[in-house]
Design a protein around this ligand. Structure first.
Ligand code: BGC
Length: 579
């Protein structure tokens, strides 16, 4: 089995992870110095959000140079040191490849603006004349994902209003024209540059992007203002040619390199077209992330994920959180309207509001990660989730930086609240985020209550969320062998479900009542997400999950009713602990 099929990958939002030079912004030396923390957490790989030079209009997703490191984060030398140190600890390093768009400060875009209409420089992007008498209207009605028109007009060199350029996201992020061969060739070089430095793979940003319908015609369908429904902007057939090309580059290395795509498409049939042998290795499954706290919704999402795995031969890359959505603790601590239609994209799922019951949210987030880590497939964890951090809603308006906040004139909170720098210690500069002698305040202010969630305090507390994560990651394969298939077990309790993989069983209780595990399960070992569980491992309290190793395996779900045949467990662990 390939390493990525069952890996735990830790998403590092570099800017907010650890600040090694005291300027209030996280950086590569800060991350390298904290690698032992990630090693002790037990992760197999890290994914770095973009760390290339960028004016930071979208915090690195607007790249001005694909072949260097953002000076605020360090240098290529620091990057090489990070990769070497991570590899020494057996941790793989994934970068973020943003190829749908670059920054308006990229040399190619500056050259395009300077060169004028019809030039080869403009042909690398989507420039078009405006509509209306004076070209004063955008070329079509497409909307940016971040709100507002997906086109911005430039001034030509002589100062007159000129052509418009397409940006699926912020106006600082012009979309490349992937039908231009120079663009294709450029990204081949970019991939090789980082692979030659030892990078193990890439997370591909908006992997369903890149190509737009060639006509650039008006989108006739309803548009919700996020651009998300406009299929002429996304998921065009030509994009598969790019992944075939990128895959052959990845396969040319020993060991082979890896791709996981951020692919937002309307159904699994579309997703499967990316997950073929000569394209992407994996795609994120956001299906769990967008579910409300509800047993049948979670179960259905897992069923869809495992169906997808059967159909494609690739395990999903499960995730419950990332830098684009409100933190899990907050989502699970809010009232959720189960009848509301599901948000169709993750940016929408970051827009939920309402009072938050943090204690409840933490209980549920602990249970949810226990479920996630028991699933077949890789598990992506977003930094700070292991501390049980809630979303920061109380950021001063003036501190907010997300283009979603700025473009919506403050109507949408955006994503700053999940990007606040991590609290490491209750004392120290920026709660230990920055080195001593720091002159800079953390780039997003940490609220005072962050001091209650520090790494240091949680390390010394066996019941903390951090300690739970460490235990779970350390023991997950003992309970759930990498290649063991998932089978649901029937439990006579509402608002709950259970599944087994190998000798391990995961039970998760979404409801308010205690769930009683059948006595016949003869529990050998159990772990709980609930720090208060003592004594009876046959009880799964409300809003908690349990991992169980049984002496004997419950009947296969297809066995008929209560007369199913119990089998002695084949698990080596059980044999060791038996008797
Ligand atoms: C990233 C976002 C980013 C956007 C534009 C998304 O997929 O996860 O953080 O703003 O792409 O690059």
């Amino acid at each position: 089995m390939e390493w990525w099929q069952d890996a735990v990958v830790y998403q590092t939002y570099l800017r907010s992870f650890a600040d090694g030079d005291g300027d209030g912004v996280g950086d590569l030396p800060g991350l390298t110095a904290r690698l032992p923390y990630l090693h002790s957490l037990g992760v197999d790989a890290i994914w770095l959000n973009p760390c290339y030079p960028s004016p930071q209009r979208d915090h690195g997703y607007d790249i001005s140079d694909y072949l260097d490191i953002e000076p605020a984060y360090g240098s290529l030398m620091h990057f090489d040191e990070l990769v070497a140190a991570a590899h020494r600890m057996g941790i793989r390093v994934l970068m973020d490849m943003v190829a749908n768009h670059c920054s308006i400060e990229h040399d190619w875009f500056r050259a395009a603006v300077a060169a004028g209409p019809g030039s080869p420089e403009r042909a690398r992007f989507h420039f078009a004349d405006g509509r209306g008498v004076e070209g004063e209207l955008p070329p079509n009605n497409w909307q940016s994902v971040f709100g507002g028109p997906a086109w911005t007009r430039i001034s030509e060199q002589n100062g007159t209003p000129g052509q418009w350029y397409l940006h699926s996201f912020d106006s600082g992020q012009p979309d490349f024209n992937w039908r231009n061969e120079e663009v294709t060739g450029y990204f081949d070089e970019v991939l090789r540059f980082w692979y030659d430095r030892g990078v193990d793979g890439f997370r591909i940003d908006v992997a369903h992007g890149m190509f737009k319908a060639e006509s650039l015609a008006d989108w006739p369908g309803a548009d919700d203002g996020t651009g998300g429904h406009n299929f002429d902007m996304w998921d065009q057939p030509e994009v598969h040619g790019v992944y075939r090309r990128w895959r052959s580059i990845a396969d040319g290395y020993t060991p082979k390199k890896y791709y996981v795509g951020e692919v937002w498409v309307p159904n699994f049939e579309r997703l499967a077209t990316y997950l073929v042998d000569d394209e992407l290795h994996q795609a994120f499954s956001f299906d769990l992330l967008v579910q409300p706290w509800d047993a049948s919704a979670f179960r259905a999402a897992i069923e869809r994920g495992t169906d997808q795995a059967r159909a494609t031969g690739r395990m999903p890359a499960w995730t419950l959180s990332n830098h684009d959505v409100h933190r899990a603790v907050t989502r699970y601590g809010q009232q959720q309207d189960l009848s509301a239609p599901l948000p169709h994209d993750m940016l929408a799922s970051a827009r939920r509001t309402g009072p938050v019951d943090v204690t409840l949210g933490i209980r549920r987030a602990r249970a949810a990660v226990m479920l996630q880590l028991a699933l077949p497939g890789s598990k992506y964890l977003y930094q700070g989730e292991e501390l049980g951090l809630p979303e920061v809603f109380d950021l001063p308006d003036a501190a907010r930086q997300d283009p979603i906040w700025l473009r919506s004139g403050g109507a949408q909170l955006g994503r700053d609240g999940c990007r606040v720098p991590l609290p490491w210690t209750s004392q120290g500069e920026n709660l230990g985020f920055s080195t001593a002698g720091t002159s800079g305040r953390a780039w997003l202010p940490q609220p005072d209550w962050f001091a209650g969630f520090t790494v240091a305090s949680q390390e010394s507390d066996p019941d903390s969320t951090l300690s739970l994560y460490r235990r779970l990651i350390a023991r997950r394969r003992e309970f759930f062998p990498a290649n063991a298939p998932l089978e649901f077990l029937e439990l006579p309790a509402p608002d709950t479900f259970a599944f087994r993989r190998g000798a391990g069983i995961c039970v998760i209780n979404f409801g308010t009542a205690l769930v009683q595990i059948p006595r016949e399960w003869k529990i050998r070992q159990a772990m709980s997400s609930d720090q208060n569980v003592e004594g009876d491992a046959h009880i799964v309290p409300s809003n908690s999950a349990a991992w169980i190793l049984t002496e004997r395996v419950p009947p296969h779900p297809s066995a008929s009713g209560a007369d199913g045949v119990w089998q002695d467990s084949p698990s080596p662990q059980l044999q060791q602990t038996a008797g």
